[in-house]
Design a protein around this ligand. Sequence first.
Ligand code: SF4
Length: 901
Amino acid sequence: MGASAGAEIDAWLRRGGLVVTASERAARGIVSAFDRARLAEGLKAWNTPGIQDWNSFVRAAWRERTLDERLLLNTTQEQALWAGIAAADGRLATLLEGPRYRLAALAMEAHELLCGHAPRFLRAAARSGWQNDAAAFSSWLSAFDEACRRQNLLSPARLQIELLQQLQEGSASEGEVDRPPLLLAGFDRLLPAQRAVLDAWGEWQEAGRGETAATIRFYEARDDQAELAACARWCGRRLAANPRTRILVVTQDVATRRGQIERAFLNQLGAKGSQRFEFSLGIPLNRVALPRTAHLLLRWLAGPLAEHELDWLLSTGHAAVNARETAALQAHMRALRSRGQEQPSWTLQTFTQTLAGRSQDNSPAGAWLERMTGVQFRLNEFARRPQTPLEWAELIPQLLQEAAWPGERRMSSSEFQAVRRWQQALETAGSLGFDGHRISWKDFLSTLGRTLEETLFAPESHDAPIQIAGPAESAGLTADAVWFLGATEDAWPANGATHPLLPPEVQREARMPHATPQFDWDLAQSISARLLSSAPEVQFSYAHQIEGVESRPSRLIVQHAGSAQLMPTELIAAPGADPLTVSVEDFSRIPFPPGRISGGAGVLTAQSQCPFKAFAQARLGARSWEPARTGLTPAQRGQLLHDVLHAVWAGPPEGLRSHADLVALHDKRDLVGSHVRRVFAAKLRPALRARMPQRYLELEQGRLIRLVTEWLEFEAARVPFEVLKTEAEHRVELAGLTFDLRLDRLDRLNDGSALVIDYKSGDVSPKSWELPRPADVQLPLYAGFALEDDQGLGGLVFAKLRAGDLGFTGCVGDPSATLIPGLKSFSSLAKNALTAEKLMDWRDCIDRLACDFLAGRAEVDPRDYPNTCEQCGLQTLCRIEENRAATEGEEADEDSEGGDE
Ligand code: SF4
């Protein structure tokens, strides 16, 4: 729809004619264009133009001609009806709620396809030959028709068929002669049922497409990121040159790529960028913060929330009345974790119990606790018996108000709109009570959850100069320039599967979407042709590589635009408009005051792994935490293993102290078993134990008994030794810092030297001590600084305790004479002998690390990206990903500049 088509529509509207568009979006686009044209003419007021999208047009025309008392179903009501019918069929797939509603959605879709493409199959007799899944759907459709007849209901998908009948009857009786002519805009294709309605209506025509764009280009980008960046950069330049330019960006997968697209445009459009583009498609309401917090709060009143859901809920600020309450709740969560009281899921009751003993009545947390307890009590009273969906829907605003949702902070305009949409969704879920049945609170919340998922939310359009839409949603939109992203052979024409509930031959005969590749080609051809006449300038682009896989240009686009050309340099290399973030090279250092430091050797290990990690952990108190699990976490398992080994080597009366004790031991398994049971009884927190099934704990105990018994068998084959200390604590002074170290075990070897041992249940290697940046300095630090002066060092080793992989690995002076008799010369222990030079080098390195930490060296500089970062968990604080993206971008720009010279 080029300039001439726009003029045709404008002239039609000015004459008072009615325009019918393919979608709501297209209707809004034409209204905006009409209003802009009147403003440009200097008018202050004008009549509202007659523009309706197809569904509104059909509904209004049907209502005008009927006194029908049937209830027009909304999506939630219709889906519930289909779900009930599918469940009554008793198939396995419909037993669970999730699959049942997914099947119901498929059935609704199949019904709509029949209504739009092949209404004759709505008669049961026409479907008599259908087989397998199609036969099952056919019987559901008969049941659906019967339910609608019995309960006086009507599916919106049937409206155009009903309207067709009314129009035919109206024409036959000559009761209606003054139907206004219609001008159709933005239809990529007319379905048979639409065409029948239009023909019965009387006079209608489609708006001409107008001239094809004068400038058509097709570009190839290196990859999809570069393609998106080039498009955003081009839009930024066009707007900088003329702020009144209107641009249409068409892309597939808008929903999945939305975040990426937003980032790319914000990067290019500067600080006010968010005002300069908007998406035509909304996002599901359950992903919008305010409705999501409301739904989570309601779920929490009667059931558990997963730990990550609770973290998110408390972080939004909408679960508490003000910032003080929010901060108090977040601090409580942190305290629970630091006490090891994390849980995979939390009921409101368990959470409030942990809070009850620790908050004063008049404290922020105390006020929140009192309020939520009251809300929960009120719900419990109400939920004693099932209610109608309408009654639940009426109760919810009261519960939320008592819970102080959404807090006292002033809401933005888009938050107000989100709350309004939430209220509509709530009413929709309440409308399920149209047949008067009663449901439980849990079932109502499921219905509400589904409604939120299916309701799309987009803040009111601010008529931004850049509109971003999918190919189908772009129907009816015009602009000064269009950029079509993702024109690869695989993606354009878009291909899909045939509908699983309709016979393939019916789909082919009725030309339903994806029934044959030719239909997909024809539709894509029609959309492409429409886009080519939507603006004077149209650019297509495709990415040569997508996620490491090569792609080819769309043949269809090549037919229109010729072969793809390389992306122009100015769209690759040139920096965009003012970036949203400003990079600052910060070389300042804030020295750490000498003295005691908590964290032991971990601080220097962190300093070596990444200076910022040491700074964040030791000076800012930053911590990442393992998510709670249903079973034991790796850290909890590791701690239990350490505790058992500590108990086994604790010496008489119940433990061992030397190789001789071990060899003399009659029944190793028996000794280990008694220690394991004692450790589980003493060290496992009661709350943790209560959460885990007894059988699971027995299996864990059995696993640990086997592992430690095997380890003792291994140690029995060692050269004789004596255990000097286990869990040995030692204070070390280093470069002005005081560290409290704890060592798993210290042995005296047969030559009188000391062996420093660290138990590990994961994959370890002495490579982690390699200079210049060791990944772990705990043992070198202990070996170099914590031994008594008269204690010669015989070696430092990791004791690997993994089922099927037991042994020592590390550096030992003379391993075959002091540790393992008959050790092969090619074994890693024999090849990695401990030398005086190694010790000196470690000492120097550790001294340097301590000095760097004291001096305040805190660069974000991981020793082995991305491996170091994957184990770290502070990515959100150090922003390593963003930093690297920026650095790589600069490097790529430099490379390409260099290449041009
Ligand atoms: S995530 Fe990586 S860069 Fe960030 S602090 Fe940790 S190790 Fe350093």
